[in-house]
Design a protein around this ligand. Structure first.
Ligand code: FVH
Length: 294
């Protein structure tokens, strides 16, 4: 019987909902996994799955060539890793904590100054999706060779998408994708509130709303991309002047139906500015340029 290839050891720092899902996936894929969490009790379920709990973060990072860290914020990551710089030298840190491009670049500079390979990541999944089809994680960092070395391990978590050597890129892609999600979620919330103001059950309205949002997304995303890349925003479909005149009806209807208008008031302001600045004949893609600060 041929011997099974030995899986590479990994350390996971931070065992919140996401860190626990990551460590569990690594264990299921056969990786010797060392775990550490500020609140030690959270190591229990993973220890039962075969993980090795470490008493200190230092013990944890020295147990493996690769440390995956997933805390609440990058401020916490910085505070946790700073005293461990020497122990991490010559090893790789993959930081899957949500953060900004600037934070990722700062952590990468700190790591480079201490001989640590730093890869930043953005998880495009909720914990329940880890190690299931459809989940993926964005990665970027100056040391692409370190990513190549650890890619087989990282594949145990989710599909890997390398987005470039600038450490800030994974966060940029992550926040941009989540921005699209939040925009959609806000619209969906207002739509359910509006339809529900007349007692129509959300469940009854949901199929209509879902199909509408999917169809609009299929049209708007590629159409906006074309317009932005060609810097050509004129439209014969639905221009900003028309939208500016129509949108007060929406705000009025929200108020008439007993709803708050705070979420969509800024949109009226943006439409007003677009038309006032001479873009009335353009489509909604023009808003992309108007969102830039001068
Ligand atoms: N959960 C999700 O759906 C999203 C999916 C996309 C990625 N996000 C980001 O992942 C990071 C962690 O999220 P999480 O869901 O695991 O968060 P929590 O369950 O709240 O766990 C937080 C862990 O962070 C530890 N921690 C907090 N502060 C410190 C600190 N100063 N020093 C050391 N560890 C710290 C905390 O430890 P404890 O409270 O248990 O002691 C947890 O292990 C996050 O960036 C999401 O945006 C998740």
């Amino acid at each position: 019987q041929p011997a099974q290839p030995t899986q590479s050891p990994v350390t996971v720092l931070g065992l919140g909902l996401m860190g626990t899902a990551l460590a569990s996936a690594l264990l299921k894929a056969g990786h010797p996994t060392t775990v550490w969490n500020r609140t030690a009790a959270k190591t229990g379920p993973l220890t039962a799955q075969g993980a090795t709990p470490a008493d200190t973060a230092r013990d944890a990072v020295t147990a493996s060539p690769l440390t995956i860290v997933c805390l609440t914020t990058n401020e916490n990551v910085r505070a946790l890793l700073t005293p461990e710089a020497e122990a991490l030298a010559g090893r790789t840190v993959v930081n899957l904590t949500n953060g900004t491009p600037a934070q990722a670049r700062e952590l990468a500079d700190w790591a480079a100054a201490h001989g640590i390979s730093y890869i930043d990541g953005g998880i495009m999944a909720v914990p329940q999706m880890i190690a299931t089809p459809g989940a993926y994680i964005l990665y970027s960092g100056t040391d692409e060779a370190a990513f190549a070395t650890h890619r087989p391990t990282l594949e145990a978590l989710a599909d890997t998408k390398w987005v470039g050597k600038d450490p800030g890129l994974a966060a940029l892609y992550d926040l941009s994708l989540l921005t699209g999600m939040y925009g959609m979620a806000l619209g969906v919330a207002q739509a359910f509130a509006l339809i529900g103001s007349e007692g129509i059950p959300a469940r009854e309205f949901a199929p209509l709303l879902r199909d509408w949002v999917v169809a609009m997304t299929d049209g708007i995303v590629p159409g906006t991309a074309e317009a932005v890349d060609n810097d050509q925003h004129l439209t014969d479909v639905s221009n900003l002047a028309m939208n500016r005149e129509a949108f007060p009806n929406f705000l009025q209807a929200y108020a008439d139906q007993g709803l708050r208008t705070e979420m969509f008031e800024p949109f009226q302001g943006l439409l007003d500015r677009a038309v006032d600045e001479g873009h009335g004949a353009d489509g909604l893609s023009r808003l992309v340029t108007l969102l830039k600060q001068n």
